[in-house]
Design a protein around this ligand. Structure first.
Ligand SMILES: C[S@@+](CC[C@H](N)C(=O)[O-])C[C@H]1O[C@@H](n2cnc3c(N)ncnc32)[C@H](O)[C@@H]1O
Length: 223
């Protein structure tokens, strides 16, 4: 029954298709239509049989309208989110929910988990702060500064391309009084062939001319 049709928001993992879950691959395989940003759809590519609807920041409302119209016709539709659909993907889920009542959120492996694994830390000893949001990030920068001062937890930071890249964040922390020697790692393009790890003292990162990828996660190990 069309009104019982559900739209799936699927976390497709951090990049490499091998990190996509088995249930995710099955849902994609069965879908009539699959929507997502181009880079995100790449992770799902091997399992997409139906029509691909490529979103960007300009057309995403129109694409989600089209997905809801197809769900209303009884078609199976999947909207892909990068990484885990429950990590910094709330805006996308809210947009889908505004158009369709029955939404299933299926988690995936997050870039946060892969960064933790690479850094040899656990999530229960860490705080995750996402700066990847449209809203003002002032309160999150204050929280990041305060937690770095406490030194109780590792801190994992999702950056905001392209105005809050790792060197911008490092400069903000230095001017808020965090020690210049504070170690920080940047994990770039996790799980992809282009994956790289950069390790810095905070001051070096602040001065770095390197052009980081928009897929970068910062990890501050606890002091
Ligand atoms: C909108 S957030 C989405 C996070 C995603 N839901 C997750 O669980 O990984 C996008 C941010 O995630 C991080 N990110 C996503 N994929 C990544 C990857 N393969 N390597 C490093 N960082 C990544 C970057 O900080 C990027 O700016």
């Amino acid at each position: 029954m069309p009104e019982e049709q559900r739209i799936v928001v699927l976390g497709v993992g951090p990049g490499h298709p091998q990190y996509l879950s088995v249930i995710g691959s099955e849902l994609l395989w069965q879908a009539h239509a699959v929507a997502g940003f181009a880079a995100v759809l790449k992770s799902a590519e091997p399992w997409i049989h139906g029509e691909k609807l490529v979103m960007d920041y300009k057309n995403q409302e129109l694409v989600l309208e089209a997905i809801a119209a197809r769900a209303a016709r009884g078609e199976r539709c999947v909207v892909c989110a990068a990484g885990d659909s429950c990590v910094s993907a709330g805006e996308l889920i809210a947009r889908v929910r505004r158009r369709w009542r029955l939404v299933d959120v299926i988690p995936g492996i997050s870039s946060v988990q892969v960064a933790a694994a690479r850094a040899g830390i656990t999530l229960e000893e860490s705080l995750v702060i996402s700066l990847h949001q449209r809203a003002e990030v002032g309160a999150d920068m204050v929280e990041l500064t305060e937690e770095l001062g406490r030194g109780r937890r590792n801190i994992i930071v999702l950056i905001r391309p392209w105005d809050l890249m790792p060197p911008d964040i490092a400069r903000g922390l230095l001017s808020a009084g965090i020690a210049a020697a504070r170690p920080v790692s940047v994990f770039e393009e996790l799980t992809l062939e282009t994956e790289k790890l950069h390790s810095f003292a905070l001051e070096e990162l602040a001065r770095s001319p390197y052009k980081f990828s928009d897929r970068s996660v910062m990890v501050f190990p606890r002091a």
